[in-house]
Ligand binder design. Structure first.
Ligand SMILES: [Zn+2]
Length: 292
């Protein structure tokens, strides 16, 4: 669930609540989510470790504990929740399979907070790794993130050079985290709508003005997302999507031209777009007479 604007909201809140806190107990209800590279059991390796720092690395949250790392990739449905430490009795009642307030897959009870991670699709991953660069490099995607789209290094010239030898569809390129770190499904749709580019456009079809517009749309849409998530001021487990103009708005009127929003399949994933504001650039992919 969380994309970059969500993680920009979540990370500082996790950091403020947890740095300096020690993990006093560990509950793992969904071991399938854990990838343990430490050689010790997950519970024992985490127990009594203190959070030193918490950073965002692309789509990952990097929990830096004393002597080890816990790196979380939420994928589609993972979400964090923070709550104050509760009495032992309450914790026992929460750990029952039904009526569990948190439905937490993994829970760390710290000195004064409880960090819960839940994941209804069980697609997210929690990597436990020693402070060892060769082990951290084994975490898929963690050490080969592309240029941070919020970093100063992400300028127009760099963006254009990334597109130079690019032969893929523009939406596939935008979501390649080894190039751009990091754009997910929701913001990819919003960026392409902002830039007026059909999601199936090939990168080779982009002219100079398209490239410049796309670059500025990335910055504008992500900044708008960060502001919207901050303004919503919701709990870190909340999914803030009210500001989306096309994502998951199938058949709703386009906010610019009132044409119903359509959905297309781009490499196996749904892409939402306005067929008027984002005109087709290649023939034969979508039958407009067919109800999508
Ligand atoms: Zn439109």
């Amino acid at each position: 669930m969380p994309e970059l604007p969500d993680l920009e909201y979540i990370q500082p809140r996790l950091k403020a609540a947890l740095v300096g806190q020690t993990i006093r107990s560990v509950i793992i209800k969904e071991p399938i989510l854990i990838r343990n590279l430490t050689g010790e059991t997950s519970e024992s390796v985490l127990l009594n470790r203190t959070f030193q720092n918490i950073e965002r690395v692309g789509p990952f949250i990097d929990f830096q504990l004393d002597g080890m790392r816990c790196v979380v990739h939420c994928m589609l449905a993972g979400r964090f929740e923070l709550s104050p430490i509760e009495s032992e009795l309450q914790l026992k009642s929460q750990s029952k399979p039904n009526g569990n307030k948190y439905r937490a897959a993994v829970q760390f009870q710290c000195d004064s907070n409880v960090l819960s991670y839940s994941d209804s699709k069980k697609m997210g991953k929690i990597y436990l790794a020693p402070e060892d660069e060769s082990r951290l490099a084994q975490i898929p995607g963690f050490r080969n993130q592309g240029i941070g789209i919020l970093s100063d290094a992400f300028d127009l010239q760099t963006f254009i050079s990334l597109l130079k030898k690019e032969r893929r569809q523009v939406r596939v390129f935008l979501m390649d985290q080894t190039k751009l770190s990091a754009i997910g499904n929701a913001y990819a749709d919003e960026i392409l709508f902002d830039a007026g580019l059909h999601p199936k456009t090939m990168c080779t079809q982009l002219n100079d003005s398209d490239k410049e517009r796309l670059y500025h749309s990335i910055g504008a849409v992500i900044e708008r997302g960060i502001r919207a998530v901050a303004d919503a001021g919701r709990d870190i487990s909340a999914k803030v999507r009210d500001h989306m103009l096309v994502r998951n708005r199938l058949h709703a009127p386009c906010p610019r031209c009132q044409t119903p929003i359509r959905r297309a399949n781009v490499r196996g994933v749904d892409a939402f777009f306005c067929p008027t504001c984002q005109p087709e650039t290649r023939k034969g992919f979508i039958d407009w007479n067919k109800k999508l």
